[in-house]
Design a binder for this molecule. Structure first.
Ligand code: ADP
Ligand code: ASP
Ligand code: MG
Length: 469
């Protein structure tokens, strides 16, 4: 018997049929003798609806708010109507849903009075999606004859107060979650826990950031000493590329934690980039599986990947991209050899609260370039120009400028550093498409190479590189 934390994403609980399927997976594993802990996302689309509703409320657009709140309610009540025939279940789950929708209403009224939505208020509202879906999934598991109860992670996942990307406190989370969840497992009950959600020591609700339910699953897997954490989504595991871009992308049987971190960090939406952290710390294997094709083995993420039969397979694992980025360049002859320029540049960027996915410095051309999200470009340029006012006046720095509309394309594979000629093959593939590479960087973990290309050529670049994998 093993202890499994299984997480269902938004599509996996996006409709009554999907919820029934997710519940079947959980009950099958339970009946096979495993201790099953379920973590769930909100129903697909609900977090977006909630965030739009919060904005509408803060902007005093009452009509729009009501429209969104009704859409959220209908999505859940429709699912309840098809999931539950038992009157008692139907009434009690509907009343749990109504309580949460009452919270939404009250929070919205407060936002309307304030005229703005703080990150703290946004978290209180965004968290409601998961705090609704747990009731449906726990009910669906009970409907299949296994005891199950919803658990609000605000009671068991302790975080700091960094709203919208809260950082968990592993020790407190371990203490709280063991106290609450282990007795449930001992009693044969399947806990259904909200992903994405946590709370501060003072009990204020936080969220772990968009897509953070994967991270929740790994945090709880570590806290509860799970044998494995399984992430159920809507594709057959981690693929060699985003299947929406590359139609012949293939499932990877195994990837290392490091490769998975790089793939996720550089845009593979299939897993939240922080998910590997708790798993690495405790050496817990992660599996990515398809809710709608549960017989498929999916992808196993472990510390070291066994050598596959075809050795060439090891060289490159996957290609990813992050779009709507802007390439910022600081250029000038007077920068050559001057210490501290990079530190000041990134200090300025940090003051805008922007994270930088990629940096590239070229000493011969005396420039530093790095990528920021397009949405942060104006703020970053402004802060840099303020920070380097003197250097600009003295012409030590000649220009600080940005190229918007670029995409960071990243190739990942542990053998990148050790296999001669890989970079050459990548650049040849891209060059054959006459695609201009604006900047290059080797990942710090040394298992990735990133290229910045113009947005118009990004999909072509991804497909050409995928041809090498
Ligand atoms: P969930 O709601 O289950 O968390 P997400 O939508 O967050 O699911 O992530 C799954 C999606 O990630 C897939 O449907 C796929 O379109 C996308 N995706 C992007 N890159 C990859 C990749 N390399 N492998 C698998 N899926 C990917
Ligand atoms: N519901 C949250 C989101 O949409 C978290 C998640 O699904 O992982 O971002
Ligand atoms: Mg996701």
């Amino acid at each position: 018997m093993s202890r499994l934390v299984i997480k269902f994403g938004g599509t996996s609980v996006g409709s009554a049929d999907a919820i029934t399927q997710a519940a079947r997976i959980a009950t099958d594993l339970h009946r096979a003798g495993h201790e099953v802990v379920v973590v769930t996302s909100a129903m697909s689309g609900v977090t977006d609806l909630l965030l739009s509703a919060a904005q509408a409320a803060a902007g005093a657009q009452l009509g729009r708010f009501l429209e969104l709140a009704t859409a959220i309610r209908t999505k859940h009540t429709d699912a309840i109507a098809s999931l539950f025939t038992d009157d008692h279940e139907r009434t009690s789950i509907t009343s749990a849903i109504d309580q949460r929708l009452g919270d939404l209403q009250r929070l919205a009224e407060a936002l309307a009075v304030l005229g703005e939505a703080s990150p703290r208020a946004m978290d209180a509202i965004a968290s409601l999606g998961e705090r609704l879906s747990i009731h449906l999934l726990a009910g669906a598991i009970r409907a299949q004859g296994i005891g199950s109860a919803p658990v609000d992670a605000a009671d068991i996942v302790r975080t700091d107060a960094e709203f919208q990307s809260a950082v968990p406190d592993a020790d407190e989370t371990r203490r709280l979650s063991q106290a609450r969840v282990v007795p449930m497992l001992t009693a044969g009950t399947v806990p259904v826990i909200t992903g994405f959600v946590g709370s501060t020591a003072a009990g204020v609700v936080t969220t772990l950031g968009r897509g953070g339910s994967d991270y929740s699953a790994a945090i709880l897997g570590a806290a509860l000493d799970a044998d494995e954490v399984w992430i159920y989504t809507d594709v057959d595991g981690v693929l060699t590329a985003d299947p929406r871009v590359v139609t012949d992308a293939r499932t990877l049987e195994q990837v290392s934690y490091l490769e998975m971190s790089e793939l996720a960090y550089f845009g593979a939406k299939v897993l939240h980039p922080k998910t590997t952290l708790p798993a690495i710390e405790r050496g817990i294997p992660l599996r990515i599986k398809n809710t709608f094709n549960p017989g498929h083995p999916g992808t196993l993420v472990v510390a070291t990947v066994e050598a596959p039969a075809g050795a060439d397979q090891l060289q490159l694992r996957g290609v990813t991209s992050i779009s709507r980025q802007s390439l910022v360049t600081i250029a000038g002859r007077g920068m050559l050899g001057v210490p501290g320029i990079a530190a000041r540049a990134f200090g300025a960027v940090a003051r805008t609260g922007t994270s930088v996915p990629m940096i590239s410095q070229s000493s011969s051309e005396q420039s530093i370039c790095f990528v920021v999200p397009e949405s942060a470009e104006a703020r970053v340029l402004d802060e840099l120009r303020k920070g380097f006012e003197h250097e600009l006046v003295r012409r030590d720095i000649e220009r600080i400028f940005a190229t918007p509309g670029v995409v960071v394309v990243t190739v990942v594979g542990a053998a990148i550093l050790t296999t001669p000629g890989i970079a050459g093959r990548i650049f040849t593939a891209v060059g054959e498409g006459s695609i201009n590479v604006l900047a290059i960087a080797m990942g710090s973990s040394e298992c990735s190479i990133s290229l910045v290309v113009d947005g118009a050529h990004a999909q072509d670049a991804v497909r050409r590189i995928h041809g090498l994998i």
